[in-house]
Write a protein that binds this ligand. Structure first.
Ligand code: MTE
Length: 319
């Protein structure tokens, strides 16, 4: 397998504009990351071993397809080939390291520019917003993809209930910070905790879900349990795992990958075969479980639903 870490020269001027978003503490952390010159990197998927995978809650889902007719990936692939840097950068090592990570009970705090802030247990959220099955393609920025049968509810339902104020323009998401249980967080290279963000209209889009399960069962720790975001038309790194905080903001929030390598990982990160990553092409992808590469679709095949969100925007600038 190709090494995850590649030495990437980054000129200090490339991050200068981002300083406005950073507190001094954040900046020091980011500087540390840049010193290490590390980045999410292209990988070469291989076939997966079946040793450690438990059975899916609903095996019959394996015969389902997405709306384009592509079969869902196996439970084994979905739960044993993961990006979760809080544990490890080794995709096949995440499941084992995350095995005992407690995902229940789980609480999410929602605040910022909302009239009704609060703390919500995932069990209560699931009662209030019954999970729907959503079969989505997940396209990683590293140019591999899967089809995953999620269980989740549209984020807009929750956002509507907390009543964003008219100043709210963005939604910021923060993952759990628990270095005693997450060995990757004990490494100094990344500005933990993992953070992501969406524009409010993206967050309110019906395709955007908070996932609480997959394959008819619970959300395994390696896939982001207790609760994670899934935004299917964006590169996978936007779909932040193990969320503990959601904040409505007026300004575009900082995000982990954008802080580390702003020239490689934009805030928008819409899947776009016409805009290459500086170090590799985004024109094609490798579906896990397949040999031949397939063309990458604009907005990961969801252009009909989401292209209007970006009308008039130059997607080479807002990458
Ligand atoms: N969320 C957190 N907190 N930490 C991570 O390292 N990796 C991202 C995203 N969410 C990541 C994360 C990336 S790069 C991808 S491709 C997807 O999770 C992978 O999701 P999966 O392992 O469920 O397929």
């Amino acid at each position: 397998m190709t090494s995850l870490f590649q030495s990437v020269p980054v000129h200090p001027s490339e991050i200068t504009p981002k300083h406005v978003y950073l507190s001094r503490r954040d900046f020091i952390k980011v500087a540390g990351v840049l010193a290490g010159s590390m980045a999410l990197a292209a990988c070469a998927p291989q076939s997966l071993s079946s040793d450690s995978a438990p059975a899916p809650a609903d095996p019959s889902l394996s015969s389902k397809t997405d709306e384009l007719g592509d079969p869902v990936n196996s439970f084994e692939d979905i739960t044993n080939y993961n990006n979760y840097y809080e544990f490890t950068t080794d995709k096949r090592g995440v499941a084992q390291l995350a095995r005992d990570f407690p995902t229940s009970p789980w609480e999410v705090e929602i605040g910022g520019l909302v009239r009704k802030p609060g703390k919500f247990g995932v069990e209560d959220l699931v009662k209030k917003y019954p999970p729907e099955e959503r079969i989505y393609r997940l396209r990683c920025v590293e140019a591999w993809s899967m089809v995953i049968p999620w269980l989740g509810f549209p984020l807009w339902k929750l956002l509507k209930d907390v009543e964003p104020t008219s100043d709210a323009k963005y939604v910021s998401f923060t993952s759990i910070y628990k270095p005693e249980a997450m060995p990757g967080q004990r490494e100094p290279w990344y500005p933990w905790p993992y953070r992501e963000g969406l524009r409010l209209d993206e967050a309110m889009h019906d395709l955007t879900i908070l996932a609480t399960g997959l394959y008819g069962g619970e959300l395994p720790p390696q896939n982001g349990g207790g609760i994670r975001l899934v935004v299917p038309w964006k590169y996978g790194f936007k779909s932040i795992k193990a969320i503990v905080k959601i904040e409505l903001t007026a300004e575009q929030p900082p995000t982990l990958w954008n802080l580390i390598q702003p020239n490689e990982y934009g805030f928008y990160a819409n899947v776009n075969p016409n805009v290459d990553h500086p170090r590799w092409s985004q024109a094609t992808e490798r579906r896990i479980g397949e040999i031949a590469r397939r063309p990458t679709l604009m907005f990961n095949g969801y252009a009909g639903e989401v292209a209007a969100l970006y009308e008039g925007m130059d997607l080479r600038v807002y990458y």
